[in-house]
Structure formats: structure tokens, C-alpha cells
Design a protein around this ligand. Structure first.
Ligand code: GDP
Ligand code: MG
Length: 715
């Protein structure tokens, strides 16, 4: 028989590992309707049953889209059975969700995961006792070691076949009678099977349930009053407390913990060092420096694997371009076609794909850190800083990946549980200087600042500050408020990385990158090539100075006069071609200034830049290009995460506007310090911009109370 089976559990309890172990390569990934949360479906090995991976959640209250998705799936789609995966090393927290799932009346099996670690610690869990207490079958497994997987498959099939429903949780005294009263009031208005779930939700004051049965809540108002009075607390906290009491009872009677070493487990001891208030950040910086060294370093101490492979691939694309050009000439191919092939397609796509080896090395290192469990510590360490600004420490990992490339950075935001944090992160990742922006930074540093490393540091500091600024402002908007992300302090113990998980994660990220290069970048490269090479009567032009793009640049340049770019159309055009790939800026300016062959960091145009921009104009040019809309490929990635073009448009507009506001301020402030000649319009705009930003940062946060109360509750 073929059944639909849902997989539910807390984040980090091994859900993905179990999903992979059960379904292998048969996975399909889509989206849950209306939200940008992955929906993974796969066929369970050796059966015809389908396994649906629900998002990782801690409870069934409708606070987050993840919880709503899970709840709606179980209630509306009625899976035949439910696997609730539970981290056996952390039963107290995990069973909180289990108790709620039991009330939903779906046939269910508890998969008690991480049993290998329980055994290693010398703890004993009475499986039969646990099963009896909870009223559902419990199967001990280790997803990572693939132990107990067959038992689990047999059990879940059996439960699905027999429709064996779990026994709903029972409580005592006035609480139980309030539940029974609520069940009575709800009879016939909600599905009979999950009536206990609804009854408890009604007592909790769950909006969705009240909406479904508006009179029911009034009918039982006196019962609620009675028991709120008895406990002198609100219904929802009494319910949470009762559940924790029950869990303590269950755990107390079924788990025998071996005496713990005074110093704690090895994980604890490592954590004491790496999450130390003072050592945490320096250790983290050292690890990241090492990773960058492996992925990108190319200098006096030799060439790193990443840099070597990138160099090789870039040479290969270079040769490919030359060979194709030569072949075209030999075969008298039309010049426009040669140009399209060589400059448009091979040049544009090659420029982006050239980063791939470096990316793969970078992803590999980061994925290993993630698998081991170190990234959770980084998020924890950074949370101390980020929380201060109302952001989650978990946003930090995408930002970190984003310093390699914005595409996987934006994609990495997917692991953040709270939708609002995830969206804000996806919108802000590309403020970080990615690999393609480095040559631009090097060019500006070389042209006007004697190659000073301070320019590079400025770029990273600017990126982080803009992320924080955006976060602070966005949190005040309705669409990002109301779903805070409490940091779950419990850190999973360190694990040896799973080869399959690592390989799959690296492959997925690299493949997404290649797909973007093959689609969006290809199209945009062709478009920009066309605008550079044609005039309005669609004749191919000799010089970019006669092209459509020049006309666009002539119009746009006025917009950038307040930024100190002067009466030069070239800089606005360069910024546009940067949308294909940021390092394109340099090649475009080379073309516009009539340089035949331009080096990576554009040494040939340093003098021109110095005279045309001056140091204040140059720093504002850099600032704008670091912050404004990222390359098309990254915009595509943002669209995937944000879900709609409307949100994506909002994000891109925000990036461009904030880039403009900040660049004007940087120009005027820096220009005043070095005594540059600044136009009045710049001064005026600068004052307005500062006023706008100050207002946005200090304006009252209308959702603060909401954010805070939910946060306290979760604590
Ligand atoms: P998810 O967040 O629930 O999807 O959890 P993951 O599947 O990503 O697992 C989190 C971590 O726990 C990973 O490092 C896994 O390798 C590890 N893990 C998962 N199952 C087990 C297990 O049974 N035993 C051990 N020792 N580690 C496990
Ligand atoms: Mg997972």
C-alpha cells in the first residue's frame, strides 16, 4: 500500500539525516504554498509510501509560518501517519512538541534519535516504559549510523495500516474539566480526530481556532475563568506548565542518566573555550582567516588550492574565447555573431563561472564546519552582538557565505527558522563585499589610496553596518515584525561530519550557482552586450560612445552628480554593467576609456580615475557599487528566497536607495575632511539623508511590544 507519512521534529534533532536515510536519492524539493519554506518529499526505501518533511519546529502554536505550515499539513492533508523524530539526548525540550502532536489524533510513531550518543554517555532509556507513558510506539534509532531504520519503516507502515491512533494526553483537576468543556463546545465544528488539540488551542486563545468556532470560546468562558483563578495564571502558561510537568514525570520514570563527569562531556569542554565571551570571536576570526587562506590566497606564500583552480578555469575560459574568435575569423562568421559569442556569452558567463572552484572550496569548508556543529556556536557567539540590534545570530552565517558569493549567501539564509529574520537576511546578504567586488575595491584603493588595506577594511565594515542599519529599520515594518527568533541556547553536541550530507550540500550550492550562470547571467550578459554594441537604429557601432548605453548614461549621470561623480557618464554606465557581474565594472571602464587590454585590477585607468573622481568621488563610487543592487544572478537568488517579484523589487529598490543615501553622506563627510570641492546640492542632500536615516532608526517601533511578549513566552 502507499501511504503518506509526515516527518516532524525540532530543528537540529537529525530530521534531515533521517529523511536522507529513509528516502535516499528520491527527493523532490518544492515550496510550501504561500511561503518560502522548503517542502521536501521522497519515497521511503522498500515501500510505496511517500515521506513529507515538515519544517523543524518547537511547538504547534501559530507563531511562525513554519508552525502554520506543519499544522495545516497535518490537519488538512491528513497524512496516514506521522513520524515524530526526537533527540534522545534532549528529551525535555523535544517531548514538548510530541505531546502536542499526540493530541492531533494522527497515527504516530516516535523515532528516538541519537541513541548512539545516549549509549556512549552511558545513559539508559526504558523504551517500553516511554512507549506506554506516551501511548505511541517508540523506536530507538541512530539516523547518522543508520541503526534502527528498518524497524522504524516496519513500525510506521504497521501504524499507518491499522490507523492506530495515539492516546491523547490527559491532565487532571479543573484543567482537564476545562478541556472536556471545550471539547463539548467544539463538537461538530472541528474534525473529531483532533478535537483535543483544538480544545487545548481554544483554551490557549489560539486565533485560528477561535475564528473557526467563535461561539465556542464564549460558551466555555466560565470554565476558563475557573481554572485561571485556581492557578492564578493565564490559560496558556498553565497549559505549558502542565505539559512540562508531565514531561518531567515521563522522563523521570524512564531515563536513567549515568553520573556525569565533573568537567562535562568533551563537547562541553570544547564549548567552554569556543563560546567563551572573550575567546569566541578571536577563535572564529582565526578559523575564517584560515578558510579564506585555503580558498583564495594567492601571494608570497604560494597559491592556495582554490586560487589555483580558479586561475586555471579563468585561463581556460580565456583560451576558449580566443579559440572561438579565431575559428569565427577563419570561417568568416559575421562580426556581430562573433562578438555575441566571445564577448557577450563566453565573457559574461565565464566571468561568473570562473569563481566556481574558489566557491566550491569555500563551501566545502563552511559545510564541514556546519556539519560538525561549529556554525551553531558561531551563531551563538554572534547572537550576543546581533541581538542588541534586534537581529538573530543565525543571520551571520549567510553573511559569511556572502563574502564569498552572494548567491549561496542568499541561499544560506534558508536555514534561519524565523521567516522575518530569513527575509531580512536574504535582502541584506549582498551588502557584504563578495569575491567579485574585491577587484573593484583593489582598483579604487590602488588608484587613489596608495593601495591602502584600509579601503578593504572599510568595505567590510560598511557592509556589516548597512546590514545592521537595514535590520533595525526593517524590524519596524509590519511585514517583518511579530515573528521574533528566540535563540535556542542548547547547542547540539559536536558530530563527525557525514560524508554524504557534506557532498550533497556542497553539490547543491555549487549547482545552484552554475544554474544561475547558465540562465540569468547568460540573458543579462547578452542584453548588456547588445546595449554596448548597438545604436538605436540597430546598427552595430564601432565605439561604445555611439551605443544605446551611452545615451542611457548621459541621462543617468545627473542622478549621480550629488555623489561627486562629476559630469561623467562613464561611471553610471559602469555601475549598470556591474549588474551582470561586479568585476565587469573594470572591463567596462577600460572599454569606455579606450584601453585595449585591461588587467584585473585596472592599473591602466588608475590615473584617469584619480583625475576624474578625486578621492572623495572615488570613495562614494565604491560605496555605491558595494551596496546597490547586486548582480542579476544574486537578484535571482533573492527572488527564490523572497518568493515574489514584488518583494524582490522592494529589496532591490531598498538596496539602491540605501546605497544612494549612504554614498552621498560618505562623499560629503569624507570630502569635507580632505577639503574636496563639494556642490551645494550634495550638502543639502547629505543633511536630508542623515535626517531620514536618524528618523528611521529612532522612530518608535510599533511592534516592539508584540516582539517582546512572544520572546518572553518562548524563554
Ligand atoms: P535537522 O536540523 O533536524 O535537519 O538535523 P540534521 O539532520 O541536520 O542533524 C543535525 C546534526 O546531528 C548533524 O551533524 C547530524 O550529522 C547529526 N546527527 C543526526 N542524527 C544523528 C545520530 O543519530 N547520531 C549522531 N551522533 N549524530 C546525529
Ligand atoms: Mg535539516
Amino acid at each position: 500500500m502507499s501511504y503518506t507519512i509526515a516527518l516532524a521534529g525540532n530543528p537540529n534533532c537529525g530530521k534531515t539525516t533521517l529523511f536522507n536515510a529513509l528516502t535516499g536519492a528520491s527527493q523532490r524539493v518544492g515550496n510550501w504554498p504561500g511561503v518560502t519554506i522548503d517542502k521536501k518529499v521522497g519515497k521511503i526505501h522498500g515501500t510505496d509510501s511517500e515521506l513529507v518533511d515538515l519544517p523543524g519546529i518547537y511547538s504547534m502554536s501559530p507563531y511562525s509560518p513554519e508552525e502554520i505550515v506543519s499544522r495545516n499539513f497535518i490537519i488538512d492533508e491528513k497524512p496516514d501517519a506521522l513520524i515524530n523524530i526526537v533527540d534522545a539526548t534532549n528529551l525535555e525540550r523535544n517531548l514538548f512538541l510530541t505531546l502536542q502532536l499526540l493530541d492531533m489524533g494522527t497515527p504516530m510513531v516516535v523515532a528516538l534519535n541519537m541513541m548512539d550518543m545516549v549509549e556512549a554517555a552511558g545513559d539508559k532509556i526504558d523504551i517500553d516504559g516511554l512507549s506506554k507513558d506516551l501511548g505511541v510506539p517508540v523506536v530507538p534509532i541512530s539516523a547518522a549510523k543508520k541503526i534502527g531504520i528498518n524497524d522504524l519503516v516496519n513500525k510506521i507502515t504497521e501504524v499507518a495500516e491499522s490507523h492506530q491512533k495515539p492516546a491523547p494526553s490527559r491532565f487532571s483537576g479543573t484543567f482537564e474539566s476545562a478541556i472536556v468543556a471545550a471539547e463539548g463546545a467544539l463538537k461538530g465544528k472541528v474534525p473529531e480526530d483532533s478535537i483535543r488539540f483544538y480544545a487545548i488551542k481554544l483554551l490557549e486563545g489560539d486565533k485560528d481556532v477561535i475564528e473557526k468556532a467563535p461561539q465556542a470560546r464564549e460558551q466555555i468562558a466560565s470554565a476558563i475563568d475557573a481554572f485561571e483563578k485556581e492557578y492564578d495564571d493565564s490559560a496558556d502558561s498553565i497549559i505549558a506548565d502542565s505539559r512540562y510537568d508531565r514531561i518531567a514525570e515521563v522522563v523521570g520514570s524512564t531515563v536513567k542518566r549515568a553520573p556525569r563527569d565533573e568537567k562535562g562531556t568533551l563537547s562541553d569542554r570544547i564549548d567552554r573555550i569556543v563560546t567563551n565571551r572573550w575567546l569566541g570571536i578571536p577563535i572564529f576570526i582565526a578559523i575564517i582567516a584560515l578558510i579564506y587562506f585555503i580558498a583564495m590566497y594567492d601571494g608570497a606564500w604560494g597559491t592556495s588550492p582554490g586560487a589555483w583552480a580558479t586561475g586555471w578555469l579563468n585561463d581556460w575560459f580565456g583560451e576558449l574565447g580566443e579559440n572561438v574568435a579565431a575559428w569565427c575569423e577563419d570561417n568568416a562568421v559575421e562580426p556581430w555573431l562573433t562578438g555575441l559569442l566571445v564577448d557577450g556569452i563566453i565573457g559574461g558567463v565565464g566571468a561568473v563561472l570562473g569563481f566556481l572552484p574558489q566557491m566550491i572550496v569555500l563551501f566545502l569548508c563552511l559545510v564541514i564546519l556546519e556539519e560538525i556543529g561549529y556554525m551553531a556556536r558561531v551563531a551563538f557567539v554572534m547572537d550576543r552582538v546581533f541581538r542588541y540590534f534586534g537581529l538573530s545570530g543565525k543571520s551571520f552565517i549567510p553573511l559569511l557565505v556572502g563574502t564569498g558569493c552572494g548567491i549561496p549567501g542568499v541561499m544560506a539564509s534558508r536555514t534561519i527558522e524565523s521567516e522575518s529574520d530569513r527575509r531580512i537576511t536574504a535582502m541584506t546578504v549582498t551588502f557584504m563585499p563578495c569575491g567579485a567586488k574585491l577587484p573593484v575595491i583593489a582598483m579604487i584603493a590602488g588608484a587613489l589610496f596608495g593601495g591602502s588595506v584600509l579601503v578593504g577594511i572599510y568595505a567590510y565594515v560598511l557592509g556589516i553596518c548597512t546590514v545592521i542599519l537595514t535590520g533595525v529599520i526593517m524590524k519596524k515594518l509590519k511585514r517583518f515584525a511579530g515573528t521574533p527568533a528566540p535563540f535556542i541556547m542548547e547547542l547540539p553536541p559536536y558530530h563527525a561530519p557525514q560524508l554524504f550530507n557534506v557532498a550533497k550540500a556542497v553539490f547543491d550550492r555549487a549547482w545552484a550557482f552554475v544554474k544561475k550562470a547558465g540562465t540569468i547571467i547568460l540573458l543579462s550578459a547578452i542584453l548588456i552586450w547588445f546595449l554596448c554594441n548597438y545604436d538605436f537604429s540597430l546598427n552595430m557601432v564601432e565605439s561604445i560612445n555611439d551605443s544605446i548605453l551611452k545615451w542611457v548614461g548621459d541621462g543617468l549621470k545627473y542622478l549621480f552628480i550629488p555623489l561627486g561623480w562629476g559630469d561623467n557618464w562613464e561611471f553610471s554606465i559602469a555601475s549598470i554593467t556591474g549588474l551582470v557581474a561586479k568585476e565587469n565594472l573594470i572591463a567596462t571602464m577600460g572599454t569606455m576609456f579606450g584601453i585595449e587590454e585591461i588587467s584585473d585590477e585596472g592599473e591602466e585607468i588608475w590615473d584617469i580615475l584619480a583625475t576624474m573622481l578625486g578621492s572623495a568621488g572615488a570613495i562614494s563610487f565604491l560605496t555605491f557599487n558595494l551596496l546597490c543592487a547586486p548582480c542579476f544572478a544574486a537578484i535571482g537568488a533573492m527572488h527564490r528566497e523572497l518568493g515574489t517579484w514584488k518583494s524582490t523589487g522592494f529589496a532591490v529598490a531598498w538596496q539602491c536607495v540605501i546605497a544612494y543615501l549612504i554614498s552621498v553622506i560618505v562623499y560629503v563627510v569624507y570630502g569635507s575632511i580632505v577639503g574636496a570641492q563639494i556642490e551645494t546640492i550634495s550638502y543639502v542632500l547629505c543633511i536630508i539623508n542623515i535626517a531620514v536615516l536618524v528618523y528611521l532608526v529612532w522612530a518608535r517601533d510599533p511592534f516592539r511590544q508584540l516582539n517582546k511578549s512572544v520572546e518572553e513566552e518562548v524563554e
